[in-house]
Design a binder for this molecule. Sequence first.
Ligand code: GUN
Length: 290
Amino acid sequence: MSATILNGKAFAGRLQERVAEHVAGLKTQGVVPGLAVVLVGEDPASEIYVRNKGIATKAAGMNSYEHKMPAETSEADLLAKVEELNADPAVHGILVQLPLPKHIDDTKVINAIRPEKDVDGFHILNVGRLATGQAAMVSCTPLGCLLLLRDHLGSLSGLEAVVIGRSNIVGKPMAQLLLGESCTVTIAHSRTKDLAGVVRRADIVVAAVGRPEMVPGDWIKPGATVIDVGINRIPAPEKGEGKTRIVGDVAFDSASQVAGAITPVPGGVGPLTIACLLANTVTAACRAHG
Ligand code: GUN
């Protein structure tokens, strides 16, 4: 059996079209949603993410404000920047790119963002709202995974879901969202005993650990839906000396022989994160002009 490939890129494209339509509607009411992204330092991967976010924001017809700050920026100066953006009525969403330099307390910075502008869904109030089933800004990657799962499976009610990884950005909010869909949810992690056994009983597997191809095909229950959040760069000597390639947390070739559906890496979950960021920004703009 060969799995259906869940084309996150195409799905994200459709989502972005819907966002752009919504933005066009808001513009007729004189509202242009604005997203501010703050990047501290020169991490090359973060620079690429931030650039892509800016391109997508403008492509959807929204205003993009990029604030690049040097790596030596003090915590106080970053907090002052957040305050400035909190007070700016043209800015509906604020995203401070992580990771931040070590001398800055990221929790303090995240919780300084006004919760209604927290399009990352990382603010403690949004985390609490999600956990208690109230309307919240939801972290973009898990939100994208949920939309893709719903699109493919329809109702998730009663399904056995395993989330591998317990990060605040993906694992924990993903588990909350699946619980909200009435799945039976297990969060597995590096200390889980018999990870293979836990994964084998899952109808839905979300892998978000950041370890290249750690989930082999023979852990997957036949017909399961597999969402691979991992983006891992590994050496690819077959492409030439010093070359690399990107793989997920799931061994795609073997898993796709067993799963009912699976996201590829790249082209699966990655594009959905930005689409959900744009959607969250539009939501924030609508609420601000309610
Ligand atoms: N760094 C990697 N992913 C993310 C994300 O979703 N949001 C922010 N703010 N930083 C990140």
